[in-house]
Design a protein around this ligand. Sequence first.
Ligand SMILES: CNc1nc2c(CC[C@H]3O[C@@H](OC)[C@H](O)[C@@H]3O)c3nc(N)[nH]c(=O)c3cc2[nH]1
Length: 376
Amino acid sequence: MSLRFEVSVRDPTTEARRGRLITTRSVIETPVFMPVGTAATVKALTQEMLEALDARIILANTYHLFLRPGQAVIRDLGGLHRFMGWPRSILTDSGGYQVFSLGELRTVSEEGVAFRSHLDGTKLFLSPEVSMEVQIALGSDIVMAFDECPPYPATHDQVRISLELTERWARRCRAYFDAHADRDRQSLFGIVQGGIHADLRARSLEGLLDIGFEGYAIGGLSVGEEKRHMYDTTAFIAPRLPADKPRYLMGVGTPADLVESVARGVDMFDCVMPTRHARNGTVFTTTGRLNLRNARYIQDEQPLDAECACFVCRRYSRAYLAHLMRAGEILASVLATYHNLHHYLDLMQRIRHALEQGAFGRFVTEFRHRQLSSEE
Ligand SMILES: CNc1nc2c(CC[C@H]3O[C@@H](OC)[C@H](O)[C@@H]3O)c3nc(N)[nH]c(=O)c3cc2[nH]1
């Protein structure tokens, strides 16, 4: 077993845990936010910048790398870590979500999903076995099971039928992974589905526990449901996931979502918001988000965030970033992305510190107050 997970603190007033996830490549302090590096790059940043941010684990995506350059190219070049010059940890998502959000003309069957590449229309096929083969070839530290993320909204019956398919696929992932992966270096996570229905969430978890995984993800959320449904579903299922295994909430979220979901028992997060918003000109600050394309920043010589210690805030002004954004300069994406990821990773650091100090309950209260005042 390559993966070790240790919980050092259980928060007395919430479901939050302070822990440590150890792969063969890095020690990952939890709760952790994982920058999304879909096509083997966290867009606009160098790996050196990610190390400067002290990112310990990033995401890459099976669907995107399967389409381009293909897993055989990466495998023959020594695997994804060597290919992209990233010696720390990598989690790869299984392609289950992207094939539904990006794939065209897709046909789902018991066997898997046939679809056309969104790049050039080539006919392709993803299945539990193909997804495992790709992720094993990439050599990622954490491999995600191939699942179906049901659309939202969906009826109770549609969600049930989908979770039952996901469970049969999870069993096939486990079998293929155990027969072909180097289990001293790679671990397999199951993905709990069930929509916003507690009974279906419990049922999905029961099936996955029977199979057994090194970690458990909460899938099927952050797909357009109301925030209260996301929080309530997380509050129901997260504490029911094995206490001694990592709990990963997929695709979440805003800074407030991170705080609220840690309080409900989640250890790991990924979300494209800090990186995607940066490229669109939106930066995160302690007093809320700034849209740098707004005219009010054209002569604003303040830093993005006076409370931020990142090199962007120490050296560049909002006016300069606003200019770069308006001019469509590449540097705009680089500086805004670095700052946004610093904002997210610094928030996780402050959460971990509060948990260590037994002060997480107060941290949540103060965060909510500041959240309310910045929304007014
Ligand atoms: C945004 N909300 C959201 N994202 C989700 C992702 C993709 C995240 C992955 O998709 C890409 O970002 C959209 C990144 O590469 C990221 O790793 C999911 N992936 C799987 N396999 N199953 C799910 O149920 C699922 C649910 C999600 N909800």
